[in-house]
Ligand binder design. Structure first.
Ligand code: AGP
Length: 367
């Protein structure tokens, strides 16, 4: 039994299954249903200071960077503050301009990733304000920041991050909600988001229940030497994270691409031996996404489509994975979970040590 206690992959499997509970922990005591907002006392910022923020810059490495991209979308959509994410490992080396009205956000499970820590120190040296979204209490990054949000994911042992990422996404949701409610976000929209957040733990549980179906799909994906993960706008960081997880533990070549960019090059690689995992939420881009699926299908490319029950995929031949509908802004997290399960089962099918993939350490503490 590859997923039993103490067996190979046991940590990652347990950590995936702990996600509904971890989601509850990060939200607990931080939602204000009456005023449709979040309370994050650890930010150490009053309403006047949060209203003065003109830009949000998120820094993290690897999967934390990809969740940071999801977080940037949340901040832009809910708070209408320009936001982006950058790999902390690159940021420091391009002599970045540090602006006083930018809120810098460092995101890290371990709180010890050297590239992220050095980026925080550089920003603070130049007078910028940094908050941390960190899991490990009292870690170096948590101590180096001006304030922050602890993620309460609990200990994460497997190298491939799962529950920490889910709590990072929720941490960004809380941050975006609080920033939004000190600006233009209406109380009705705040309450809508809160209801959506409160529904997530049970919805994550529901996605995890489809593990048996996902394991069958994963066994087929494991046969491919090379795969694409595609998505656009909110779906693109999901694709990046899906590809990262897959290559990290299966050692297969998995490349993330914007669905809209396929026709500008990589469509040339699509063939019956190159499967594509596509992220197709029920949103304003669904029709365009489905048109891209037809292009792939027409070239014989095997398809796995992570989507919502109402999306009409027409006659596209694919393995369909439906996840529950959530509030649109929160869709990325429910679409990320099946990709973790696919990577996990593809790796166990291949007989690999899921918890300790070759060449990788749980946290990268030297440059
Ligand atoms: C995630 O599955 C990876 N192991 C890796 O990309 C990780 O997210 C990255 O090294 C950042 O780690 P941190 O969150 O501890 O800073």
């Amino acid at each position: 039994d590859p997923v039993g206690d103490g067996a190979e992959g046991g940590h990652m499997h347990r950590e995936m299954l702990d996600q509904p509970a971890a989601a509850e922990r990060v939200l607990r005591g931080r939602l204000d249903e009456r005023f449709g907002t979040a309370h994050l006392g650890g930010l150490n910022m009053d309403a006047r200071e949060t209203r003065a923020i003109r830009r949000v810059k998120i820094l993290g490495c690897g999967s934390a960077y990809y969740v940071g991209q999801m977080g940037a979308s949340l901040v832009e959509e809910l708070a209408r503050i320009p936001a982006d994410a950058e790999a902390a490992s690159e940021f420091r080396y391009r002599d970045p301009v540090i602006e006083p009205d930018t809120l810098y956000v460092a995101v890290s499970q371990s709180g010890e990733t050297i590239d992220t820590l050095l980026a925080v120190e550089e920003i603070r040296r130049k007078g910028g304000r940094v908050i941390g979204l960190v899991n490990v209490v009292g870690s170096a990054i948590a101590r180096a920041c001006d304030g922050g949000i602890y993620l309460h994911a609990g200990p994460e042992v497997a190298v491939a991050s799962t529950k920490a990422l889910t709590t990072m996404f929720l941490g960004f949701s809380l941050l975006a909600l609080q920033l939004g409610r000190t600006r233009d976000l209406s109380i009705a929209d705040g309450k809508r988001l809160i209801a959506g957040l409160q529904a997530l733990p049970a919805q994550i549980e529901e996605v995890l229940k489809s593990e048996d179906q996902l394991a069958l799909v994963a066994a087929r994906l494991a046969e491919a030497e090379s795969l694409f993960f595609i998505g656009r706008v909110r779906g693109f960081p999901v694709a990046r994270e899906g590809a990262q997880k897959f290559k990290e533990i299966t050692y297969r070549h998995a490349e993330a691409y914007q669905t809209s960019e396929l026709k500008h090059g990589p469509l040339a690689l699509i063939s019956p031996v190159v499967p594509t995992v596509a992220i197709v939420p029920d949103d304003e881009l669904a029709d365009r996404n489905v048109a891209a699926l037809h292009e792939i299908s027409a070239r014989g490319g095997p398809l796995v489509v992570v989507t919502h029950p109402d999306v009409d995929l027409g006659d596209v031949r694919c393995e369909r994975i439906d996840v529950p509908r959530s509030e649109r802004e929160l869709d990325p997290i429910l679409m990320t979970i099946p990709l973790q399960v696919l990577a996990f089962h593809a790796a166990t099918t291949l007989g690999l040590d899921v918890d300790k993939p070759r060449n990788l350490a749980k946290s990268v503490t030297v440059e």
